[in-house]
Design a protein. Structure first.
Length: 480
C-alpha cells in the first residue's frame, strides 16, 4: 500500500477518539518499567509518550511513515523516547523489543502477513504484540460514501488504478493470517466502538485527517475543494442523528500474541535401537492406551510456604509438578507425525477459572528455572489473556486442571479418540486436613507407550520429596 502524508498538527486536534482507544489499550498492559517498546504508526506521539512514562527504566521507539507526523511527534522530549520516520513495511528489527504496540494505525498496512513476520522477528523471546486497528465493518458510512464517489463519472477517471488504502479483516481472516507465524497465546477480539461525533465540525476534522487524504490526493487541484465538499455533505447528511450528533461505525480488532521461547529441542527415537520398543508397540496398538492414577500428596509445608510468600497455589503447584515431571524423561516423550520423539523440556498449560462467568480459560506458560520466576510469569500471562482458548496446545506441554470443590479418589477425562495424544494430564482436587496434615488428591494420566507404573510411582515419590523441602527449618538452605 501507498504511504500517505498527513498533517500531524491537524491530526492531533482531530484524533480524540483514537486517543481514547489508545488509553484503553494501554490500560491492558502489565509493564515492569524496564521494557523496550516499539510503537507502530505512532502518529503525533501522544500515546507513545504515555508508553515512555510507563517504562521509566526502559526505552520506546515510535515509527511512522509520515514526515509531518514524525515532525509533530518530535516536539515531545523524553530521555527514553525516540521517533523515526519509517515505513512499517520496511522495518527489519531482530530480537530488540519486549512489546510492539499499535493503536488505530495498522489498517493502513496492506500486507499483514509480512507485518506479522517482521513483528515476530523484532520481538525478544517472550515479547508481546498488542494491537488495535480497524476490522470488518469499520467506518461503514464513510467507506460507502467513498466507494460511490470513486464511481461518480466526474471523478472515476482519477481512480482507475487506485489501490484501496485500508485492510480491515474479520476475526476469522486474521486468525488464519497469524496462525502460521509462530506466535503463542494468541487472542483476537472484535470490539464495537461505534461513536457519535458531538457536532459537524468534529466529524469534518476526522474526515479531513486522516480519512479523505488517500482520495483527495488523486484529484486535481482544480477539483479538490468540490470533491471534499461533496464528501462532507454526503457524510453529514447520512450520519446526522435527531439530537444533532453524527454517527459512524467503528469496529476494531484487538490482537494480543506472544513470541514463545525458542522451541524445545526434540530427538527422534530410533525404534531399532530403543530398549522400550517392544513395550511401546504393545500399547501403541491398544484401544485405550492412556491410563490414569490417583493418589494423595502431603502439601502441609508447601502450602504454608506459598501462603507466607503470597504465591498463587495454582501457579506454584503447576511449577512443582512440572519441575519433577521434567526430570523423568518418560514424561517428555510425545508423538510427532505418528513417530515417537523425546523433548528436552516440557512447558505448561493450565485451566484458570473466571469467577464472574464461571468459565475457564487455558493459559500457556513456559517453564522457568525458579519457582518465583514462574509465579510472576504465570500471573502476567493469566492477566493478559482475554480469550478462553488461544488455539491448539503444543506438543511440548503438560496439561493441568483443578477440581477444588471436593476431594476425590478417582477422576476421568473426555476422550477425543486420538490414540497419539501422549500429553500427560495432571489434576488435583480440594485439599483437606487429616491427622494434622494437609492432603491433596492428585491424578496423573499418561500414555502407556511411554510411561509405566514405575515412572508414575517415581513422580509421586520425587514430587512428595520436593513438597517436603518447604519445611520452615530448611527454607534458608533450599533453592526452589
Amino acid at each position: 500500500m501507498t504511504a500517505y502524508e498527513f498533517d500531524g498538527e491537524k491530526y492531533r486536534l482531530a484524533s480524540k477518539h483514537q486517543k481514547e482507544w489508545g488509553n484503553d489499550l494501554i490500560s491492558e498492559l502489565s509493564l515492569k518499567g524496564d521494557e523496550t517498546v516499539l510503537d507502530l504508526g505512532c502518529g503525533d506521539g501522544i500515546l507513545t509518550e504515555r508508553l515512555a512514562l510507563s517504562v521509566p527504566h526502559g526505552k520506546v521507539l515510535g515509527i511512522d511513515a509520515s514526515v509531518r507526523m514524525i515532525r509533530t511527534a518530535g516536539t515531545i522530549r523524553r530521555g527514553n523516547l525516540n521517533f523515526a520516520c519509517m515505513d512499517i513495511h520496511e522495518m527489519h528489527f531482530e530480537n530488540e523489543f519486549d512489546l510492539i504496540f499499535s493503536n488505530a494505525a495498522l489498517h493502513w498496512v496492506g500486507d499483514h502477513a509480512r507485518l506479522l513476520k517482521n513483528a515476530f522477528n523484532a520481538l525478544k523471546p517472550h515479547g508481546r504484540i498488542l494491537w488495535d486497528f480497524g476490522g470488518a465493518g469499520n467506518c461503514a458510512n464513510f467507506l460507502d460514501v467513498m466507494q460511490k464517489k470513486l464511481s461518480d463519472e466526474k471523478y472515476a477517471r482519477y481512480f482507475q488504478d487506485f489501490e484501496w488504502p485500508w485492510f480491515m479483516p474479520s476475526k476469522s481472516q486474521y486468525s488464519e493470517l497469524i496462525s502460521g507465524v509462530g506466535f503463542s497465546d494468541v487472542s483476537i477480539r472484535e470490539i464495537k466502538k461505534d461513536r457519535c461525533f458531538s457536532n459537524a465540525s468534529e466529524m469534518i476534522r476526522w474526515i479531513d485527517q486522516p480519512c479523505i487524504v488517500p482520495f483527495i490526493s488523486r484529484v486535481p487541484q482544480t477539483s479538490k475543494e468540490a470533491f471534499r465538499r461533496e464528501v462532507i455533505e454526503e457524510m453529514l447528511k447520512r450520519t446526522r442523528q435527531p439530537d444533532g450528533t453524527y454517527f459512524e461505525t467503528f469496529r476494531r480488532l484487538r490482537i494480543y500474541a506472544q513470541k514463545p521461547a525458542p522451541h524445545a529441542q526434540m530427538q527422534k527415537i530410533d525404534l531399532a535401537n530403543w530398549d522400550r520398543a517392544q513395550h511401546y508397540q504393545v500399547f501403541r496398538n491398544a484401544v485405550q492406551p492412556q491410563y490414569c492414577v490417583t493418589f494423595e500428596l502431603d502439601i502441609t509445608h508447601f502450602l504454608k510456604f506459598i501462603r507466607k510468600q503470597g504465591y498463587s497455589f495454582t501457579f506454584s503447584f503447576v511449577y512443582a509438578v512440572s519441575k519433577c515431571a521434567n526430570a523423568i524423561k518418560e514424561f517428555r516423550y510425545r508423538f510427532v507425525k505418528g513417530e515417537p520423539v523425546l523433548f528436552d523440556r516440557i512447558h505448561t498449560a493450565f485451566t484458570y477459572l473466571n469467577q464472574d462467568t464461571e468459565l475457564f480459560k487455558v493459559v500457556n506458560v513456559e517453564m522457568t528455572e525458579a519457582l518465583v520466576e514462574y509465579v510472576v510469569l504465570a500471573a502476567e500471562r493469566e492477566q493478559a489473556q482475554k480469550d478462553y482458548f488461544t488455539g491448539p496446545l503444543g506438543n511440548d506441554v503438560f496439561q493441568f486442571s483443578a477440581f477444588p470443590w471436593a476431594a476425590y479418589t478417582h477422576i476421568s477425562h473426555t476422550d477425543s479418540g486420538n490414540k497419539d495424544n501422549a500429553t500427560p494430564l495432571f489434576d488435583w482436587g480440594k485439599y483437606y486436613e487429616k491427622d494434622g496434615k494437609i492432603l491433596l488428591p492428585f491424578s496423573v494420566q499418561v500414555h502407556h507407550s511411554f510411561v509405566d507404573g514405575i515412572h508414575v510411582g517415581r513422580l509421586a515419590q520425587d514430587l512428595q520429596e520436593y513438597l517436603d523441602q518447604f519445611q520452615e527449618s530448611e527454607l534458608n538452605e533450599c533453592t526452589f
